[in-house]
Design a protein around this ligand. Sequence first.
Ligand code: NI
Length: 171
Amino acid sequence: MAIKPIVFIPDPVLRQVATPVEDVNAGIRSLMDDMLDTMYDAPGIGLAAPQIGISKRVIVMDCSDDDEADAPLKMANPEIITLSDASQTMEEGCLSIPGHHGEVTRPNGVTVRYLDENNEPRELTCEGLLAVCIQHEIDHLNGVLFIDYLSRLKRDMIVRKMTKDARGQKG
Ligand code: NI
């Protein structure tokens, strides 16, 4: 298990469509563990493999409250099967776009099908924060970021700022 460096926009890996996992073997299980370590360390409530530079369809999440036991979720090849008609608006952020937030409206409930860490097919139905988190992380696997749901003005402002910061880091 290891903490990996998180990549920020405008890194092109964040805009790629990630490749499905063939099966959840030891290598993918170790990727999932590294992703959870990286996510808890950040700290964040979700992380997609492209955010550590690996363009594979793997996501991890933990939306438990601070006073609850950890509830890590590890998913390979997650697919949304149903979305609720009802929607909710929440303020979202992203570990790949640190320091920026925005309100995003998404379906309130979701059913997702995926492979767990033992390569077993599973289905999960949830709503609220976890449903938002799952949609946000699956978006990452399709090269979609939460800023894509904001106004063009706000999105351009964030991208410009992050691009400037990235240039600054390279010196
Ligand atoms: Ni994100």
